[in-house]
Design a protein around this ligand. Structure first.
Ligand code: SER
Length: 598
């Protein structure tokens, strides 16, 4: 079954169950200044999940355009996409678990629908914790439908809980459906909890039956909702037995076109082909929602995507202007689903204008980059000194004169096994007093990808890690940037050298001791002077202001921040550093996760 059929069937199925089809909201969130883009199907529906009346009733279904920009550098592998479609259906205080699960089962296994044999499916439910009991009801419903015991796995909150979208609000346990992608049929003892590689999540039914209060309590909700989500590209790929989302018909025509323009074949340059296809698909969708490339916020993300696609075009030998050709293919594959793509002329012009702007300077910029490299080489021949880093000034020149987004310079450098002084770049950028405030404030620093429970927990853990780094490495080891998703925290800080294994272990120990203490987390608004006296972290970033908002974790951390955070540290589980690396002179990056989550 191709993606088009899957989309159609999903919508038709729920229409038959009394749902009204609603159009996809724009990828620019209309009422949420905390995120750049719409990241999930439920995101535009938050007011209605909170109790507001939806004009289309209490049963809704749609395909929602979503953009996730947390991992742009990981695009090119089998599953990461910047733009993706989320199929979803909702009950706003209407039906609940009984119907939601029975319908999921019917859609997945029914002959008229997906017709998946039960052997190839597995199900997970919430195992219960101090806030909410194990979801016995979900288990009983799956069983009543004929699902055998060994196919129902109980997992902790980290896996089987969704929301709230913000710090407070509707949330609840979920039950997830997985498809077997391994060889043959799954062994009885294999499940999504012990064999992540072979089970791919294809659908998630969230039972929004709790309201998380500001005090951290989980109160039963008056209006019980259902929020389900099926990532279209991934579900289509696994149902077709394809290894990658790029092997589906959503990408076929786009990759084929790239192949015609390129000197290389897809197999020879798989990463560049995928980057171009993904980035221009996302940029086309953004253009349809009338985002324009610029130096800040959504516009900057769009600029980065288009310019990176153009650079990868060069890598595979595309010399002529091509973004409009690819955008046409994107429009062709999706415009019957998202009518805003029908403003073809305007969309193509947005992309072409950006390409024209960049193509005037990219070749010169690349030559400038080559010049830098030969300069490094000469210096090495003359002095024996090896230069391995592009300075902030040089990176800024590439940005300012040739329009290279800093991320592109970092990527170019990496290909030559060089680093970039990103901090120096930011300083040069600030010194130059560029127009855009948010380029450094929002986009570089990244921040939280969403306000989900997982992201919130990693955010609190990040404060503890920050305090640990300062304590263990010294007062210089302060934050330079962060990017926190539901899966991991990525934290950039100042430090001149690689962390030793002992230092890493000490940082982990500090954070885990804090977690074990289960100290409460409180928010306070206090006078600036008091924050200074109490040595709150983060003052260095702040201009003088009378009052500041701090999060207090007792002896463990005091840091300026806007939130959200968990209520007490015991909610975090176990903290683990996954990776520690250099990202420029005096700048390190840690990727860390929480395991054994509560
Ligand atoms: N909000 C849930 C998710 O994104 C279900 O739609 O998975």
């Amino acid at each position: 079954m191709n993606a088009r059929e899957l989309r159609q069937k999903f919508i038709q199925f729920f229409q038959e169950k009394g749902h009204t089809v609603i159009p996809s909201a724009p990828v620019l969130p209309e009422n949420d200044p905390t995120v750049l883009f719409t990241t999930a199907g439920m995101h535009p529906l938050v007011p209605y999940l909170m109790g507001e009346k939806h004009p289309s009733g209490t049963r809704l279904v749609n395909a929602q355009k979503c953009i996730r920009t947390g991992d742009i550098d990981e695009v090119g592998d089998n599953t990461h996409l910047t733009f993706f479609e989320m199929l979803g259906n909702w009950s706003l205080g209407d039906f609940f678990k009984e119907e939601a699960i029975a319908w999921s089962f019917e859609f997945l296994t029914g002959e008229k629908w997906l017709g998946i044999p039960l052997e190839k499916l597995s199900f997970t439910v919430f195992e219960g914790d101090e806030n909410a009991p194990v979801d016995e009801q979900a288990i009983a419903i799956w069983k009543s439908l004929g699902v055998p015991d060994h196919k129902i796995t109980k997992l902790p909150k980290s896996e089987n809980w969704w929301g709230p979208a913000g710090q407070t609000g509707p949330c609840g346990p979920d039950t997830e459906m997985f498809y077997w992608v391994g060889e043959g049929l799954p062994p009885k003892e294999s499940n999504p909890g012990n064999d992540e590689e072979n089970w791919v999540e294809i659908w998630n039914d969230v039972f929004m039956q709790y309201n998380k209060t500001a005090e951290g309590a989980f109160e039963p909700l008056e209006q019980k909702n259902v929020d389900t989500g099926m990532g279209l590209e991934r579900a289509a790929a696994v149902l077709q037995g394809k290894k990658s989302v790029y092997d589906t018909e959503l990408f076929g025509p786009i990759l084929e076109k790239i192949g015609i323009l390129s000197e290389f074949s897809y197999d020879e340059k798989i990463n560049s082909f995928r980057v171009i296809a993904d980035h221009l698909r996302a940029a086309t969708i953004m253009a349809a929602d009338r985002v324009k490339p610029s130096n800040n916020d959504q516009g900057y993300v769009m600029r980065r995507l288009i310019r990176r696609a153009i650079r990868h075009g060069k890598l595979i030998g595309i010399e002529e202007a091509f973004t409009h050709t690819i955008a046409k293919k994107v429009i062709h594959t999706l415009s019957d689903v998202y009518p805003e793509l029908k403003h073809e002329e305007e969309i193509l012009k947005t992309l072409s204008d950006e390409e024209e702007k960049f193509s005037k300077t990219i070749n010169q910029g690349l030559r400038e980059f080559e010049k830098l490299l030969s300069g490094f080489q000469k210096a090495f021949e003359n002095t024996g000194r090896k230069i391995t880093e592009i300075s902030g000034k040089q990176a800024f020149k590439l940005y300012d004169t040739y329009g290279f987004p800093i991320e592109m310079t970092v990527e170019l450098a990496k290909e030559k096994e060089l680093t970039v002084d990103v901090k120096g770049f930011e300083e040069a950028y600030e010194a130059h007093k560029e127009k855009s405030r948010s380029l450094s404030a929002g986009v570089f620093k990244g921040g939280l990808q969403d306000h989900s429970w997982e992201t919130t927990r990693l955010h609190t853990a990040t404060h503890l890690m920050h305090a640990a780094l300062i304590k263990i490495l010294g007062p210089h080891a302060t934050q330079r940037g962060s990017n926190i998703t539901a899966e991991r925290t990525r934290f950039d800080f100042q430090h001149p050298e690689k962390l030793t294994d002992e230092q890493k272990a000490e940082v982990e120990k500090y954070v885990n001791s804090a977690i074990a203490s289960d100290h409460k987390v409180t928010m306070e608004i206090i006078p600036f002077e008091e924050a200074k006296e109490r040595k709150a972290i983060g003052l260095f970033e702040d201009k003088y202001q009378e009052k500041v908002k701090v999060y207090d974790m007792g002896p463990w951390s005091l840091e300026l921040c806007g939130g959200p955070h968990v209520e007490h540290l015991g909610q975090l589980g176990r903290f683990k550093i996954k990776k520690e690396q250099s990202i420029g002179a005096g700048l390190r990056r840690i990727k860390a996760v929480l395991v054994d989550k509560k």
